[in-house]
Ligand binder design. Sequence first.
Ligand code: ZN
Length: 69
Amino acid sequence: MKKECSYCSNEFSEEWRSEWGENKEQHYKSIVCSNCGKKDCVRVAFYSSGDTHKPKNSSLESMLRKVRQ
Ligand SMILES: [Zn+2]
């Protein structure tokens, strides 16, 4: 996960937020830069097993956080 804004190279101090695309297979991380106010987002891989998606899945969030650190 990148740590700098694409627009102004500001170093992010905010947490990345999870977002879901139109296609439920698509999962994004988005962040709003505190310096220039632009929204940056990256697509992240999400491996679906066909289970019901839970966009607010906190266990997934903590898992992703663990992977990043
Ligand atoms: Zn910026």
